[in-house]
Design a protein around this ligand. Structure first.
Ligand code: PLP
Length: 378
């Protein structure tokens, strides 16, 4: 027998409270029993998103929410700006291009965060830009883009500000209304502590006005129709009833903890993970703004990052993540997101120590764990 530990940046572990709630018999999405369920999910998401805006609930993975955030607000030929600092920034570009938008990219070197001035300069240079797309967390590099500062720059223009917060939600403070985030995408299988299958998208009044003028083809992800249904506590098509019931249980746990405490927990787990890795002499991949959702760690010279990822999983049952694309073999990633606490970090750091030693890298067992413990006990 080998016990499994899921420490990947999605899917993440689902707490027993949500699992048990999802074991309920299926209810019908058009029957009266479902209306209070959706009503509660709608309010819970507004709480989590710190917004009075509508937060649509879609039956899809996060990428579906990203797709809908492009074709519901823009027209083919529109100029858009994409902050591309990794695999998921790249995805915004691909989606916008698929729908015929003219994409201008700010290419951010992997491991770095975009400077708000870069966004400001691009917006000044091209006043025709209709929307700015960015990740809060670039999950492929473990970097957090400073959404508050970028929002303050975009707010000065007419451009729509669209944030992929799929891996950042719950781990980072994202003040939708206060900062002026027009559209923010989330997903169920990350900080929200649920299985994959739901995407969430908040939509501001400014974005709804743009939706009125958007002629890009759409059918499944039709946000205006979703909004009409949401007002009646329904979804456009068959609701993923089980996941929405789980969502209510998961949000209740977050509400019982309190948003400030949830955010502080993630900050502490991230700090402890970084301290543990650094104490082992490992370099963190982000050169600035490391994420609170996951830690990207460079494989030491002469050690294959994929071997670390694989040995963690195969020898010790710990599923983290490797590096993507050009980072494959160079980094490995450990998440501390959602249903994560003290001993998830201890498990991860202890596992890394054992794997590195097993791969012949000099490690004094306990060094990283001790450094993490110092932070976790504070
Ligand atoms: N954006 C970010 C920042 C992500 O981390 C992910 C998933 O890892 C996605 C988008 C894609 O989400 P999904 O796989 O749920 O479609």
């Amino acid at each position: 027998m080998q016990k499994k530990y899921l420490l990947a940046p999605g899917p993440t572990p689902v707490p027993p409270e949500a699992l048990l709630a999802m074991a309920m018999p299926i209810i019908h999405h058009r029957a009266p029993d479902f209306l209070p369920v959706l009503e509660s999910a709608k309010k819970g998401l507004q709480w989590l998103y710190q917004t009075k805006n509508d937060v649509l609930i879609l039956c899809s993975t996060g990428t579906g929410g990203m797709v809908g955030s492009v074709n519901n607000f823009l027209n083919p030929g529109d100029d858009v700006l994409v902050v591309n600092g990794g695999k998921f920034g790249e995805r915004w570009t691909k989606i916008c291009q698929a729908y015929g938008m003219k994409v201008e990219e700010i290419i951010v070197e992997w491991g770095y965060a975009v400077k708000p001035e870069q966004v400001e300069t691009s917006l000044k240079k091209n006043p025709k830009i209709k929307a700015v797309f960015i990740q809060a967390n670039e999950t492929s590099t473990g970097v957090y883009h400073d959404i508050k500062s970028v929002a303050s720059v975009v707010k000065k223009t007419d451009a729509l500000f669209v944030v992929d917060a799929i891996s950042a939600l719950v781990a980072h403070d994202l003040r939708t209304d206060e900062w002026g985030i027009d559209v923010m995408v989330g997903g169920s299988q990350k900080g929200v502590m649920l299985p994959p299958g739901l995407a969430f998208v908040s939509v501001s009044d400014k974005a709804w006005k743009m939706a009125d003028a958007a002629k890009t083809p759409k059918f499944y992800f039709n946000f205006k129709k979703e909004r009409e249904n949401l007002a009646k506590n329904q979804t456009l098509f068959t609701s993923p009833v089980t996941l929405i019931i789980g969502l209510n249980a998961a949000i209740k746990m977050l509400q019982d903890e309190g948003l400030d405490n949830v955010l502080a927990r993630h900050a502490k787990l991230a700090k402890a993970t970084r301290a543990g890795a650094s104490a082992l002499g490992l370099k963190l991949f982000p050169k600035e703004n490391p994420s609170n959702a996951l830690t990207a760690i460079e494989a030491p010279a002469g050690v294959d990052g994929q071997a670390i990822y694989k040995d963690l999983r195969v020898k010790y049952g710990i599923t983290g993540a490797g590096g993507q694309d050009k980072l494959k073999g160079k980094i490995f990633r450990i998440a501390h997101l959602g249903y994560a606490d003290t001993f998830d970090v201890i498990t991860a750091i202890a596992g890394i120590e054992m794997v590195l030693k097993g791969l012949g890298h000099p490690v004094k067992l306990g060094t990283g764990v001790g450094a993490a413990q110092e932070i976790l006990m504070k």
